[in-house]
Design a protein around this ligand. Structure first.
Ligand code: ZN
Length: 174
């Protein structure tokens, strides 16, 4: 990126810090902060078109270009490395029907209890267990992310999905 376009980037007033999370999840959290969809946030922020997203939408975000990474780092007042570090490896970009995750880890972010986040390790295609709690991971339909504009929307859909499942289990037991 040229010095000229770099200096024309005005940082966001507030941006959540990435914390052991997927790049798409972080982008989804920024979008939620500004009540935008991830696609709109990308369009307003990056100087290149939104990459093609798969069945899991923005949570499984393909690795972004160096210039896009620099631009987002400037917008969020982060070191370049911070965003490079959380990119999705290309080998993980496999279309999925379900996305595994640990609910406790999702909602209990040790660094910031008020900021649920999607751990990057849950995107690894063969992951089965939570590395923190050593329990089998739960799953949500990948469409949750495809159909939600941002992270808060996805969280809402995830809790609705969990409630519906609990209700089904309850009826089955009766
Ligand atoms: Zn966990």
């Amino acid at each position: 990126m040229s010095a000229e376009s770099h200096s024309s980037v005005v940082p966001w007033p507030i941006a959540p810090r990435p914390y052991e999370e997927a790049f798409g999840g972080w982008l989804g959290r920024v979008a939620a902060r500004y009540q935008l969809s991830v696609a709109m946030l990308w369009e307003m922020s990056a100087s290149e078109p939104l990459p093609a997203l798969g069945t899991a939408g923005w949570i499984l975000f393909p690795p972004i270009s160096q210039s896009a990474s620099r631009r987002f780092a400037t917008l969020a007042r982060l070191d370049d490395d911070r965003l490079k570090h959380i990119q999705t490896p290309s080998a993980w970009l496999i279309d999925r029907r379900c996305m595994p995750y640990c609910f406790r880890c999702l909602v209990l972010n040790d660094a910031d209890i008020s900021a649920p986040r999607w751990r990057r390790e849950w995107l690894e295609p063969t992951v089965e267990f939570c590395s923190v709690h050593h329990t089998l991971l739960e799953t949500v339909p990948a469409s949750v992310f495809r159909l939600s504009g941002h992270f808060a929307g996805a969280l809402h859909a995830i809790s609705r999905y969990r409630e519906a499942r609990k209700f089904k289990d309850y009826r089955r037991l009766r």
